[in-house]
Design a protein around this ligand. Structure first.
Ligand code: GUN
Ligand code: ZN
Length: 438
């Protein structure tokens, strides 16, 4: 995608994290009031203060963005692309919501033209919101995966996705079998895993919709290809947890169902984790697994309040997911806003830098992708977002009274949405520009 002509610099405010603020405090933050981000051949060549980096070599063109802020592209660690068309469906908690809205929407992905159309719209929506990497659920249909990966490849995105495995407790048109799950996943892995910036995730929907035999098949795939991801749901809703106890009476808790199939490891991402006991948290941490916290979804479906402190005390990796279509926004800003409020309701103060870490470098580390994404250090891929700090009258007004970079970040988390995003870049190429030009 990138070419020898790709040798550009962007001059604006720049903000990113070099480490986990929970570990190193405020020194995790790197902020340049007048900064330069230099991109060459799709990668970050240099980042730093303008007064140190200028002048650049004569063949580097510099674009000036006064009153704009450059940040790394956001990472959405849990989202369902087939649910784009049914976001904001009224009325029910998880299990009824799945039956009434989700399964009918997913059944339409047997039609490859439909899948292609939704995949294209979905990726545009990610990029419009400043998200450059996502871990994505497709549907049970292999063509839903092909449609998404093809569209993501065209844009040279770093994207992780997989075919959903489900062989029970769903409408017949959405069911596969353990054998078919294995064969179809294997073909998709061979076709797409590690092609350009694409990665594959073995994706059993959740314990209630996979037989023990099918979960074993998922584990077998992970053994055969050790660098695959595992992506599923865990302990989102109390009725779901009770159902898992009935379906798997021999398991001591929900996580053990996945452990028994060999699904819990360093590259495993479990969405939600709202109702986990101490032992489950401790075992997740020991495995190096990740919980994707999905605030807007947990509020929308009334699933519960995520216990971030418990996760952090046990040392579980945490990332953030929009979980669209149970989540109500593609924007990581809207997601960070709700994450803050969920902690407020539990008397916990989520610091702005920590929250930003979950949506950028922390997620990259959780996904073992921090060698190429997550922040703006030299050598990483050119995945970044240019934010317009005058995007709305209120934002422009509020930021006149800004007390520094942390305050700036918190105000963006509180007031920000897709209107902030002026342009989004993936591997150095512009993949979204507000208004389509300029
Ligand atoms: N659990 C199983 N499937 C789903 C889904 O599609 N969305 C959410 N939020 N939870 C799930
Ligand atoms: Zn989900």
């Amino acid at each position: 995608m990138s070419s020898i002509y790709d040798n550009r610099a962007y001059r604006a405010r720049i903000l990113h994290l070099l480490d986990d603020p929970a570990r190193v405090g405020d020194s995790a933050l790197q902020y340049f009031e007048d900064g330069i981000l230099w991109i060459q051949d799709g990668k970050i060549k240099a980042v730093g203060p303008a007064d140190q980096l200028l002048p650049l070599p004569f063949n580097v063109s510099v674009r000036e963005y006064p009153n704009h802020l450059i940040i790394p592209g956001f990472i959405d660690a849990h989202v369902h692309y087939p649910q784009t068309g049914m976001i904001g469906a009224h009325g029910n908690q998880l299990l009824d919501w799945l039956t009434q809205y989700t399964f009918p929407a997913e059944a339409e992905f047997g039609d490859v033209e439909h899948a292609r159309g939704v995949a294209e719209f979905f990726l545009q929506e990610l990029l419009r919101n400043g998200t450059t990497t996502a871990l994505v659920f497709c549907t049970v249909h292999p063509q839903s995966v092909t449609a998404l990966f093809s569209a993501a490849k065209d844009k040279n995105l770093c994207l992780i996705a997989g075919k959903v495995l489900m062989d029970r407790n769903a409408p017949p048109e959405l069911l596969d079998t353990p054998e078919c799950a294995y064969e179809q996943s294997k073909k998709l892995i061979e076709r797409w895993h590690n092609v350009d910036r694409l990665r594959y995730a073995v994706t059993p929907r959740f314990a209630p919709s996979s037989s023990p035999e099918q979960l074993q098949v998922a584990g077998k795939l992970l053994q055969e290809y050790p660098d695959l991801y595992l992506h599923t749901h865990l302990a989102e809703n109390t009725d779901e947890v009770k159902w898992v106890q009935q379906l798997f009476p021999q398991a001591q808790d929900y996580l053990q169902v996945y452990e028994d199939a060999g699904l819990v490891g360093r590259r495993s991402v479990f969405a939600h984790g709202v109702h986990l006991c101490d032992s489950e948290c401790q075992r997740l941490a020991a495995a190096g697994a990740t919980v994707a916290h999905c605030p807007t979804s947990n509020l929308f479906l009334g699933s519960g309040l995520f216990d971030l402190q418990k996760m952090q005390q046990h040392g579980v990796h945490v990332a953030l997911g929009t979980d669209v279509g149970a989540g109500t926004s593609f924007s990581l800003f809207r997601t960070l806003d709700e994450a803050y409020k969920i902690q407020q309701l539990q008397g916990v103060n989520l610091a702005p830098l920590q929250a930003f870490y979950f949506a950028t470098l922390g997620a990259a580390r959780a996904l073992s992708l921090d060698h190429c994404i997550g922040n703006l250090q030299a050598g990483k891929d050119g995945d970044f977002v240019i934010l317009d700090l005058d995007a709305t009258p209120l934002l422009a007004y509020r930021l006149q009274h800004c007390r520094g970079p942390e305050d700036l970040l918190f105000v963006l988390n509180t007031l920000g949405d897709d209107r902030l995003v002026q342009a989004t870049y993936a591997a150095g190429q512009c993949v979204h520009r507000r208004g389509g030009h300029g």
